[in-house]
Design a protein around this ligand. Structure first.
Ligand SMILES: *Cc1c(COP(=O)(O)O)cnc(C)c1O
Length: 438
């Protein structure tokens, strides 16, 4: 099995103007140092050239959203048909990025607003997003944090991370910390080791997750030394970001194998991107490759309404169509959850085709993936009991030590017996305002 293709050797030789050994190519620092940041280098290495007019439009785009591609990721571009190439489209600037529609937002997820201290987004009750790096080895053109890409003034050190760690330490409801960025694996092993050790020392932090695209764009970052260090910090989960089956190369597979062999559970978050993977067959092939390499498809994201991404957005119907082609048709663990990250900070909202057709008190009518309409008979003997959250007198055994939470929120409240709420009504509801005047 060759993991150093002739095309990769050619690219490496042009970069170093000499014979470059496999060990150089596989050195992640060499890859970063030689990351492609200029259009000329791109043209030269792939033997392409853009017409003057297009070139001017590309240059204008780069002024707002810079370019960075690792030589490894560049080597995956099929030069014969590069304009349709999924790797090219994810990594090379498109003048359409400058088109800002009236619906686009610079921070659609309100990550900066839901931030109690620098670097932390605390949106959900029990977990936080911790931005520990503002840099990436490759700048994805579809980045939802595009507004920050290429900011040079934020190079996080221990002091800037300390504020985040302190917040997590003094906030006992946080049981899950998601390291994000940028790419957290841009940190040096020692710095990451220090950060993970700090988090391990916080009792209420039960799990740490790392979101990284390194296995996709720079698999050589997954070194024996890194894996040995990560292994010390279990339970640690890693979520990566494959978008197209073509990204699953021999080098990527090796990186995934090293992580999985270290006992790290692996997940994948894909983004549904027009012109890249908006096809049921492509997504099916992708999820199959992922599970074959011990990666569980976790989320399929609807593309955010961030500025500069409109050309990547698909209708939601495309995502539902893809889900329809997966559910039931393939292994349950190959099916990701399709989500929209709600603009304004509402968090991730799962979307799925409808399988519930109707119901009475006795029967439920359902349809399956084949279109078969079927029924489920409701139980005749179920004793519906009135729950007052008086767990001490309940026959169901619940060890209260781990379940002290009492407040219910949202739809859960409507379903509960112990809360008198019969409806959730938004604030500023005009009908309600009129009522007060009666
Ligand atoms: C996605 C996200 C999380 C993690 O969500 P999960 O559904 O638990 O994976 C946490 N915080 C923020 C701000 C997020 O965007």
């Amino acid at each position: 099995m060759s993991i150093y293709t002739s095309k990769q050797q050619e690219i490496a030789q042009q970069i170093d103007h000499q014979e470059v050994s496999l060990s150089n190519w596989k050195d992640w620092r060499w890859q970063l140092k030689n990351s492609i940041r200029r259009v000329e280098t791109f043209e030269q290495l792939l033997g392409l050239s853009f017409e003057a007019e297009e070139r001017a439009a590309i240059d204008e785009t780069l002024e707002k959203f810079p370019l960075a591609i690792t030589p490894y990721y560049l080597s995956l571009i099929d030069t014969d048909d590069f304009r349709n190439d999924p790797v090219f489209r994810q990594s090379f600037p498109d003048p359409a990025e400058l088109v800002v529609s009236c619906h686009d937002m610079s921070d659609p997820l309100h990550e900066d607003r839901d931030s109690p201290v620098a670097g932390i987004t605390h949106r959900y009750p029990d977990r936080v997003l911790f931005h520990v790096s503002n840099v990436c080895s490759m700048y994805c053109r579809h980045c939802t944090r595009k507004r920050k890409v290429g900011d040079v003034d934020y190079v996080p050190g221990k002091t800037s991370m300390q504020a985040g760690i302190d917040y997590i330490r003094r906030t006992p409801v946080i049981r899950d910390v998601l390291l994000s960025g940028g790419d957290p694996l841009m940190l040096e092993d020692e710095q990451l080791d220090w950060l993970l050790t700090e988090l391990d020392a916080i009792d209420h932090v039960q799990v740490v997750r790392i979101g990284t695209r390194m296995p996709v764009v720079l698999p050589y970052r997954i070194t024996d030394k890194l894996v040995a260090m990560l292994k010390k910090h279990q339970p640690l989960w890693i979520n990566t970001h494959f978008n197209h089956p073509r990204e699953m190369t021999t080098s990527a597979k090796m990186a995934l194998r090293m992580l999985a062999d270290a006992g790290i559970p692996l997940g994948n978050q894909s983004v549904l991107l027009a012109g890249v993977n908006d096809c049921p067959r492509i997504i099916k092939s992708l999820v199959h490759k992922l599970v074959a390499n011990r990666v569980r498809p976790y989320y399929l994201y609807q593309c955010d309404m961030a500025e500069g991404l409109s050309h990547f957005r698909t209708p939601v119907g495309k995502g539902i169509e893809i889900m329809e082609s997966l559910i039931g048709h393939t292994s349950g663990f190959s099916v990701p959850t399709y989500v929209i990250d709600a603009p304004g900070g509402g968090g991730k909202i799962p979307l799925t085709p409808n399988y519930l057709i109707s119901l009475s008190t006795n029967k439920v009518v359902l349809r399956n993936y084949e279109g078969v309409i079927t029924t489920y008979q409701e139980p005749e003997s179920y004793k519906a009991y009135f729950c007052r959250r008086d767990c001490d007198s309940c026959e169901l055994q619940l060890n209260l030590k781990d379940a002290e939470e009492f407040r219910s929120t949202g739809i859960e409240t409507l379903l509960s017996d112990f809360d008198p709420a019969i409806a959730l009504t938004p604030e500023n509801n005009q009908r309600m305002e009129r009522r007060h005047h009666d």
